[in-house]
Design a protein around this ligand. Structure first.
Ligand SMILES: Cc1cc2nc3c(=O)[nH]c(=O)nc-3n(C[C@H](O)[C@H](O)[C@H](O)COP(=O)(O)O)c2cc1C
Length: 311
């Protein structure tokens, strides 16, 4: 039995990534209603709005959904209290040590997966007692570890050290990527860039179009010598940051003008290398259906290859 399915209660082991302001009820309910796992963000820091979005989810779907808690950025105790008492049974934590919050979450029987970019971080989280890991390779969009270990290597390196369930994140946008991740030991996949460019994603069409027209080399890893290190689409704005080597501290101030106003130079458009594989805006249900069908087709082909023992 697939442990990620046991833990999430969803029909498919596909998780929609937490994304500040974007991973709210419009997108997350579409994902949950299509049988995958919608996640509501709290990284925007807008506690009241995030609580409202979680409450809306109970109306918009009867399927399971989860919440992300970015530990380093949680300034408001209210959101932690709300989440632990909300009835939600699946939480992903990121950015920081899970040990501080784990007892509170586990006392309410909440399943906790912690997002990790290295083996060291993975083993710390396992020692702290998490139920599973979101293994985040450097191909992905958003905040990144400047050491840039790929999903391909990271999944294998972590599997060498521990048997906890892994959800692979970074560079996956369809059944091919999902099958590859499962071959390396993952039991689930998390997709960010693919869902930002879905029909139900709340972002401006300009952002979706920028992902669709991007090539595989269409992103930069920026601000490697400071924090946060991020992966974002190439643009005039990100070219400046790339050349300067540092990101001005106010860069995220106008991120909503980019996300929802469509001004692609207002800030940085967080996105992963999979932007180069994404060709169309599609409804969430179609993305999930095609990903599952693609996964099964490839898994079947691989099974036949193994049976034939032709080499
Ligand atoms: C637009 C965008 C915003 C993101 N914002 C967050 C965030 O607020 N918190 C977080 O933990 N991860 C964030 N991420 C990272 C995702 O959770 C996920 O790990 C990543 O998107 C996976 O790689 P992929 O983009 O190749 O699917 C963001 C990613 C994108 C594309």
């Amino acid at each position: 039995m697939n442990r990620v399915l046991q833990h999430t209660g969803a029909q498919f082991p596909i998780i929609q990534a937490p994304m500040g302001w974007i991973a709210r009820s419009q997108l997350a309910s579409a994902v949950s209603n299509a049988g995958a796992m919608g996640i509501i963000e709290t990284s925007s820091g807008e506690t009241e709005n995030c609580i409202k979005e979680i409450e809306k989810m109970w109306e918009l779907t009867s399927n399971p959904f989860g919440i992300n808690l970015p530990l380093l950025f949680l300034r408001d105790e209210n959101i932690i209290d709300f989440v632990t008492n909300s009835g939600v049974k699946f939480v992903t934590t990121s950015a920081g040590s899970p040990s501080k919050l784990l007892d509170r979450l586990k006392s309410k029987d909440i399943i906790v997966y912690h997002a990790v970019p290295t083996v060291k971080a993975a083993m710390k989280a396992v020692e702290a007692g998490v139920d599973g890991l979101v293994v985040e390779g450097a191909e992905g969009g958003g905040f990144k570890n400047p050491e840039e270990v790929s999903t391909l290597v990271l999944l294998q390196a972590i599997r060498e050290q521990t048997d906890v369930p892994m959800i692979a994140a970074g560079g996956i946008c369809d059944g091919r990527g999902m099958a590859a991740a499962f071959a390396l030991g993952a039991e689930g996949v998390q997709m960010g860039t693919r869902f930002v460019s879905s029909q139900e994603s709340p972002v401006h069409q300009n952002f979706k179009n920028a992902i669709i027209s991007s090539e595989e080399a269409g992103t930069w890893v920026l601000n490697k010598k400071s924090t946060p290190c991020i992966r974002a689409l190439k643009s005039e704005r990100t070219k400046e940051i790339h050349e300067a080597g540092l990101m001005p501290p106010d860069t995220f101030k106008s991120i909503q003008d980019l996300y929802f106003g469509g001004d692609m130079e207002a800030s940085v458009a967080l996105a992963g290398q999979s932007a180069g594989l994404i060709e169309d805006v599609k409804p969430v249900a179609q993305i999930i259906e095609e990903t599952v069908a693609g996964f099964h087709a490839i898994a079947g082909r691989m099974g036949k290859l193994g049976e034939a023992q032709a080499f």
